[in-house]
Every structure is written in C-alpha cells, then in structure tokens.
Design a protein around this ligand. Structure first.
Ligand code: AMP
Length: 628
C-alpha cells in the first residue's frame, strides 16, 4: 500500500499541488486563484475564484465526444419500462426542465425540493437545478409528510417537483397526497408544485399551484438554457440527514470541490474510464445516489444505470442480468441488498456473464464478514467495502484500485482516502490512539473537496455539532467508533451516538421517539437499534403509557401498537417504523434522568447490560427483558 500511502501523504502535506492537479479533471470556465482558503476554520473554501457548473461537467462537456452514446439507462421492474437516453437527449431534457423552472422564477440560489422515485425526470430535475445554479434538495421517497414538512420549512423551496407515486415490490406508494399533506403542515409552502404524472395514482391538482410536468415539457421543447457559471463555493445542493436531535441537518455541498472530488474518485477509487458503465443500486434520495448514480458517473463521462426496483424481482438474478446486458464495469450496492440475495438461489450469481464487471463496491452500513465472503465467492470479483457519510459526499476509507491494487480484508473498509486526514482518537482525552485501540473516528480539518461546507442556514450548528465533541481538539467527529489494526487496516465499530442504521438507511432515534410520543396514549418512549440478521439493525420501541390500565387487555395493547406504528409510518415513512413497540411502566434511566440506551440494546440482543451502578430503578430493565 505504498502508493496509496504516498498519495494520501501528498494530499495532506502538499495540498495545493495535489488538489490543483486533481482539479484538472473538471472544466473550469474561469480558473481558480487559490486552491484552499482555510482562513476561517473549520470552514474550508476550495478552488477560490474558479467558476464551474456541475451540469456542464456532467452533460455539455461530453457532447463533443459522446453525444450519441448512452448516458442514462433507466430500467424499471416496477412498471416494466426501460429507456435509454444519449447524452444529447439528456441535454435536451435538462434544458427543457431548466427552462420550465426558469419560467417559474427559479434563479441562482433558489431552492427546489425534489420528491421523486427512481425515474429519469428526477435526474433531469437535479441537473436542471445545477444548470441554473439553483439548489436542489432531494427527499427520499420513503419519507412521509412530517419529515417532508420539516425539510420544506428548513429549505423553503420556491418550487417542488414530485411524482404522483412510486412503486416498490409491485406496490404503488402514493407521493402526491403525502406532499399535499406536508405542504399543509408547512409554514413555508412553495409557490408551485410541478407533478410528474406517471399514471400510477389519480390525484386532483391544486388550482393555481400545481403544474403538469409533461405539459410544461412540451411547451419548452427545444429551448436551450445557458449554463450559470458558479463560483466554486456556491452551494450545489442540500441533503438532509438524521442526527441525534429531532431536527434533521441540511448537509450543504459546494460546486467546484464536489465536481473535483467526484471526478477524482471515479478514477482513483472506482478505477474507471470515460465510456464505461456504472450501476449503483442506491436511491437518488441518499448521498450515494447523488454522488454515484447522478453526478459521479456523468461527470466522468460514463453511462449510469438508474434502476427502479428491488434486487429480488422478478427474481434474485435481476441485478446480475443488468450487469450482463449493459456490460457494467463498476457496481455499487449496500450490504443489506446482498444479505437479501443470500436467502435466494446462489445459482443466480453464476447464471449471467459478469466478465465486464471489475469490482463490487459496498457502503452505507457495516459489511459483515460472512456476507462479504459469500458474495466474493459467488461473484469471483473483488468486493470493495468503503466507508463514508452523507456529510463527506465521497468515501473516507476505501481500497483505491485506481492508485494501487491491494489485498482487502473482510470486515475492513481498508485505508484512508487521500484528502481525509482521518484519525482514531480517545474520546475523553482527544489523544491519537495506537494500533488496535478503539476510539472515535475523527477528521482533522480542513475537510477535503466535496465534503459538506456547512449546515444549511446554520453555521453555528455545523461547528457545534461536528467540531466540538472531542476534548481539546477542533476536529470533525464522524460519531463512529473505529480502530486501525497493526497492518494499517481500518475497522468501523458502530456509532457513538443515538443514530441507527436500518438497511443502510440512517435514522435518528429521537425522530422516531418524537413520533411515538405524539400519540395521545403515550407518555414517553425510547427507541434503540437492535442487531438484525437482514437489515443490520432494526428499531425497537419501548413506550410508557399515560394510562397503562386502559391497555391491560392484550387485544387493546396490540391495537395500540398497530396504531402507533401507523402513526410513525404516516409521519416519518415506513423506513422509520419500529419492528415492535413494547409497553412498559418505566424506562431504565440514570439518576440524572438519562435513558440507559446501551443497557436496553444489550438486553434486547441477549447480552449482559454491563455496569448498572447509575441505574435509578433496576426493575425497569427487568420489565424491558420481560416485554420481549
Ligand atoms: P449515511 O450518512 O446515511 O450514509 O450514514 C453514514 C453512517 O453509516 C456512517 O457514519 C457509519 O455509521 C455507517 N457506514 C457507512 N458506510 C459504512 C461502512 N462501509 N462500514 C461501516 N459503517 C458504515
């Protein structure tokens, strides 16, 4: 790993030289004057004075060499449709959407919220925003009205683009009614809602507010919209993520730094070349989708596959059939998807010609060793576990075959990626730890190009949340535990905070608790993440009722549990629904009133709850055990 180490070293110690070279991978309309301005830490401004545009780099720049090559392949096993767009066709679609947004008054810096399933119109909408310098905020389709309303209030979008519905596993999930409900809950409603009507779920447009995408699209057919050149630090998008408070954080990304990080990582981490094909099975609502379904592959001159469907329909060979049909070179998925496949016929892994595929990358949650081994054996391809967060925008830890081929170790996302001065620190003293010592994974600022620049509208929260938790050091905390072994391989050992990871989806337990607590029968609740074979973790809820006698009858308790789950579904979406909600008369707390989550998790997982000297009432923990 000499070359990886060398690259990493120069990215930190010869920063200006290193990054000015990487910056050559993207088009700059105006060259930058300074590589990094870190005069106001921890705020970093990359490529100061340079002007560029994400849409130009993804589309226009490749028109000369690849206008008629496929650039976006959409496959939906949900609605049984497929469509291939060349770069020229994407150019036309994006221009038309940019024109329709401009006609609604969208200008540089305005926010556009996108609430869409995995359809090409969602990609066009994102790129159209980028073209205009408008800031998009894509909300994952699995989120429901309360989540949506919070995001609308925080981002105050002028326009929202949504679909009538999505579909998952053959079941239609309406989006438009959730959007209407969210807007009614919101204190900062948009002026216009543009609806992509897929004909999946009938709805009544709201007069004066709702506009039909297809009608507008026709109106602006053939219109070209000039690129708005943006200073490198101008925000490109805001993507909300869960934290330990009930209020989601709007992760803000810049323009130039992000373009450079993606172009660079597409070569050095994903080892790819222009003209290749990339399949990422994430969702455009997540950071992996932003970076490696939409922007990364397109900026790198590759073809991207947008897949609407599950990994097991029509059968568990669907993903591999896509690899064969479209000669996929790079694939990116999540451990949960592979764990789902593990339950299916392993012969399906061998049924298709996967000779085009170089490697399978996986991220979003810990990749357990048995799953890694199973898929590596089944595919006979390198499995590249990579570790990152919504905040960082691209991998912090990964093997980097574009720099050097190294032996990977199952269970480890390998080594620090260049640009990330990542450390394992003692959470109490802030000291750097040695081999095999567990501590908090932290990044010494400046964060590299492509990482978040701040929390949308709240610089103070950015500093307080991320740079103030490690004593004596102003470093960025990932809120993950980790260690580095004697050979230099990194391991991620779970969260230090109350964030849980269900099937690769990051959820704040506080948000779920708030939703449960909003039920009139509930006095208080605790939600914890419990180990699960398939999903990595599932949420388990424990609720104290206002009047437990009223629900003493098991049938009444069962109905209440169902009602509470339904409420969470409606407010936050099915991704946040706890596996069970159990009723107890008290939660195990410390004498100072803090819920002993770790002890609850241990009991739920059948482990020893450990040190209980601070517990106020030991019987509360017994009750948790009995309720399981
Ligand atoms: P998100 O921001 O939703 O992408 O979630 C980021 C969190 O997911 C990280 O802080 C980790 O807790 C977890 N995570 C992501 N990738 C990995 C990985 N390769 N191994 C272990 N944990 C991961």
């Amino acid at each position: 790993m000499q070359a990886i180490k060398g690259t990493h070293h120069s990215s930190i110690h010869e920063r200006d030289l290193f990054w000015s070279k990487e910056a050559e991978l993207v088009h700059w309309e105006t060259p930058f004057e300074q590589v990094l301005d870190f005069s106001n830490p921890p705020f970093a401004k990359w490529f100061v004075g340079g002007q560029t545009n994400l849409c130009f780099n993804a589309i226009d720049r490749w028109l000369e060499s690849q206008a008629d090559e496929p650039a976006l392949i959409w496959v939906s096993t949900e609605v049984e449709q497929e469509k291939i767009y060349t770069r020229r066709q994407i150019y036309q679609e994006v221009n038309a959407v940019a024109a329709m947004l401009a006609a609604q008054g969208i200008r540089q810096g305005d926010r556009v919220l996108i609430y869409m399933p995995m359809v090409p119109e969602a990609v066009f909408a994102m790129l159209a925003c980028a073209r205009l310098g408008a800031i998009h905020s894509v909300v994952f389709g699995g989120f429901a009205s309360v989540n949506l309303a919070q995001r609308i209030d925080d981002a105050s979008p002028k326009v929202i683009i949504c679909a009538d519905a999505g579909s998952r596993g053959g079941k239609v999930t309406p989006y438009k009614p959730l959007m209407d409900k969210a807007i009614s809950l919101s204190t900062r409603p948009p002026e216009k809602v543009i609806v992509v009507d897929r004909g999946l779920f009938p709805f009544e447009p709201v007069p004066g507010r709702d506009l039909d995408y297809a009608t507008l699209r026709k109106q602006f057919d053939g219109v070209e919209v000039p690129v708005t050149w943006l200073e490198s630090s101008a925000p490109s998008y805001v993507l909300y993520t869960s934290g330990t408070t009930g209020k989601p954080k709007g992760v803000q990304r810049d323009t130039g730094g992000y373009a450079v990080a993606l172009a660079s990582s597409m070569q050095r981490i994903f080892n790819g070349q222009p003209g290749e094909t990339y399949l990422c099975t994430s969702d455009i609502g997540w950071v992996v989708g932003h970076s490696y379904i939409v922007y990364g592959p397109l900026i790198a001159g590759q073809t991207t596959i947008l897949y609407e469907g599950t990994p097991v329909r029509p059968d568990a060979g669907i993903l591999w059939s896509l690899v064969e049909r479209f000669k996929v070179n790079t694939m990116f998925s999540a451990p949960t998807a592979i764990r789902v496949l593990k339950k299916q016929d392993p012969a399906l892994l061998k049924k298709y010609d996967l000779s085009s595929l170089r490697a399978l990358y996986m991220a979003g949650e810990p990749l357990d060793e048995p799953t890694a081994q199973w898929i590596a054996d089944g595919l006979g391809k390198p499995i590249i576990d990579n570790y990152w967060q919504t905040e960082t925008g691209w991998p912090i830890l990964a093997a980097q075959p574009g720099i050097e081929h190294v032996q990977t170790k199952f269970g480890s996302p390998s080594f620090p990626v260049y640009g990330f001065d990542v450390r394992v620190l003692n959470e109490q003293t802030g000291e750097d730890l040695g081999p095999d010592e567990k501590g908090v994974v932290a990044i010494v600022p400046p964060l590299p190009p492509g990482a978040m620049t701040t929390i949308w509208g709240d610089d103070a929260r950015f500093v307080d949340t991320y740079f103030s938790s490690i004593p004596g050091r102003k470093v960025y905390s990932t809120f993950d535990w980790g260690l580095v072994d004697k050979e230099g391989y990194w391991f991620i050992l779970g969260r230090t905070d109350d964030v849980i990871n269900v099937a690769g989806h990051r959820l704040g337990t506080r948000e779920i608790e708030e939703s449960i607590n909003s039920h009139p029968a509930v006095a208080e609740s605790a939600v914890v993440g419990v180990a699960d074979q398939l999903k990595g973790q599932v949420a388990m809820g424990f609720a104290v009722l206002r009047d437990s006698a009223a629900y003493a009858d098991p049938a009444a308790a069962m109905k209440l549990e169902g009602d509470i789950m339904k409420r969470v579904d409606e407010q936050l979406g099915p991704v946040a629904r706890p596996a069970r909600v159990r009723f107890v008369t008290a939660l195990p707390k410390t004498r100072s009133g803090k819920v002993l989550r770790r002890a609850i998790v241990a009991v739920c997982e059948g482990r020893d709850p450990g040190d209980l000297t601070t517990i106020e009432d030991p019987s509360a923990l017994e009750q948790i055990k009995d309720s399981l």
